[in-house]
Design a protein around this ligand. Structure first.
Ligand code: KIV
Ligand code: ZN
Length: 497
């Protein structure tokens, strides 16, 4: 059976889309999860884009053992050198060069002639191959490129040493039959070369186009978790993988994805970026295994396959409930995590247990979902807790400003502040700014109940900006105001760190 190589670009194409930015340690956490998920190549970033990007590529290269770590690069010597420095600690590395080949891009963006583009491809791929044993070259906007010129560009890239050729549908313009035909053409013309599909979702066709590319002979597909990415996003990894899995009868291909890690990976990304997915998002949306209509419920009770083609437990979705209670000790928590194949360090376990106890006191019964959220919203261990919330009180009276009093702990000192604002959260956030002495700017905020019932756990996610740096803060509590204050303090700590 043909093995399809999965290149995950969540940390590059995904991360570059608005609202998905992550700090270096968040990216390394995600990269470790992607490795657990079984992706073959992790596109860790675009090293030359900024020193922060180079640093996170370097950190990911240092910790990933099984997957290939890859950096995107323009066809420029400086970019290639920066990527080389960032990737040199990797067990397996790949450089991913790109240059546009469509008339539109060449004329208006690059301002280069066809010959100049071919020369650049040749020089850059040759130089890249002198440093890297594996080089991918992608013809940006390939699907809107002139066919003969596209074939010429591919020939030059292969001649210069590229082993993998990307055929991106950069603006999500193509239809499945066109993509299939294009992949058939290039695969027949250049046998033995790995052609990669990189589809954007502007017309909602990214997954369909990626499947069509496989039918046409693509041996690598580029995907992102939850389909995040520029504009309408990229091919959603979980969707394409589940399509291949569910319709094995149609696709005679295999891949290395560990299905049980699909749901944990999706949840981790949501927690790290704060970008929620739609309830009806295929595979990982919260409604995907809910049945409201009586006829459907009846059918499901008789035989699950009447209305479900996917098995949630296969995807790591735990639908159970009570797992631990207020009397459970640290050992029980550890045992539970191990049974779910979740590994934590001693330090992480201590932190998690502290937060678990607080929650169990309030909720009595702690569910799998609660634990997952405590884990994914509690990436605080690696953030210096420069400030932590001691206590707060907020008074709101209809028709007048809310007044907040907060106590924050920093080192051994307790700092108290008071402030007023337009509603309880505005008052609390302004007070935190006053205590810390910085003008952090709130970009967006959202909160949602993450578990069911009266004592549901609420998660608040917000983004703060300070001097151009944007971070995501998260907080979890049974009280939305407290969750929001915790999220704000969490974001402040990230910025200050
Ligand atoms: O969409 C695209 O064309 C890309 C390339 C840079 C590979 O992301
Ligand atoms: Zn792209």
């Amino acid at each position: 059976m043909q093995k399809i190589i999965i290149l995950d670009t969540t940390l590059r194409d995904g991360e570059q889309a608005p609202g998905n930015s992550m700090l270096a340690y968040e990216k390394t956490e995600m990269a470790l999860q992607l490795e657990k998920l079984g992706v073959d190549v992790i596109e860790a970033g675009f090293a030359a884009a900024s020193p922060d990007d180079a640093e996170s590529v370097k950190q990911i290269a240092a910790i990933i053992k099984n997957a290939t770590v890859c950096s995107l690069s323009r066809c420029k010597k400086e970019d290639i050198d920066i990527a080389y420095e960032a990737l040199k600690g990797a067990v397996k590395s790949r450089l991913h060069l790109f240059l546009a080949t469509s008339p539109l891009h060449m004329q208006y963006k690059l301002e280069l002639t066809e010959q100049e583009v071919l020369d650049k491809i040749d020089t850059s791929v040759r130089y890249a191959r002198s440093l890297f044993s594996e080089v991918q070259f992608s013809c940006e906007d390939a699907t809107r490129s002139n066919r003969d010129f596209l074939l010429k560009a591919i020939e030059v890239a292969i001649g210069a040493g590229a082993q993998i050729i990307g055929i991106p549908d950069t603006v999500g313009y193509s239809f499945p039959e066109e993509i299939k035909e294009l992949f058939q053409l290039v695969s027949e013309r250049f046998p033995g070369v790995v052609f990669s599909a990189h589809c954007h979702n502007d017309l909602g066709l990214a997954v369909a186009n990626t499947l069509a590319a496989i039918e046409g002979g693509a041996k690598q597909i580029d995907c992102t978790v939850n389909g995040i990415g520029e504009r309408a996003g990229n091919t959603a990894l979980e969707e394409v993988v589940l399509a291949l899995h569910t319709r094995k009868d149609h696709y005679d291909v295999e891949n290395g994805i560990v299905l049980k890690q699909i749901s944990p990976t999706s949840q981790m990304l949501t927690a790290l970026t704060g970008t929620k997915i739609a309830a009806n998002k295929p595979i990982v949306g919260k409604n995907v295994f809910l049945h409201e209509s009586g006829i459907h419920q009846h059918g499901i009770l008789q035989h699950r396959s009447t209305y479900e083609i996917l098995d949630p437990s296969e995807l790591g979705i735990v639908q159970n409930n009570i797992v631990l209670g207020k009397h459970s000790g640290k050992h029980a928590l550890y045992e539970y995590l191990s049974s779910m194949d979740i590994r934590v360090s001693d330090e992480e376990l201590n932190d998690l247990f502290e937060r678990f106890k607080l929650l169990a006191d309030k909720k009595k019964i702690v569910t799998h979902k609660d634990i997952m959220y405590l884990i994914s919203h509690g990436h605080n261990v690696k953030i210096a807790r420069l400030y932590s919330l001691e206590s707060y009180s907020i008074i709101t009276v209809k028709g007048s400003s809310a007044v907040a009093t907060l106590k924050l702990k920093t080192g051994d000192e307790i700092k108290i502040g008071e402030g007023s604002g337009d509603g309880p959260l505005d008052a609390a956030f302004k007070t935190i700014n006053r205590i810390i002495g910085k003008d952090f700017m709130l970009l967006d905020w959202s909160s949602s109940a993450i578990t069911e019932g009266e004592d549901a756990l609420g998660a608040a996610t917000l983004r703060l900006e300070y001097k151009g740096k944007k971070v995501t803060g998260r907080g979890v509590s049974t009280d939305t105001v407290e969750a929001s204050i915790l999220a704000y303090v969490n974001a402040c700590n990230k910025i200050l760190q």
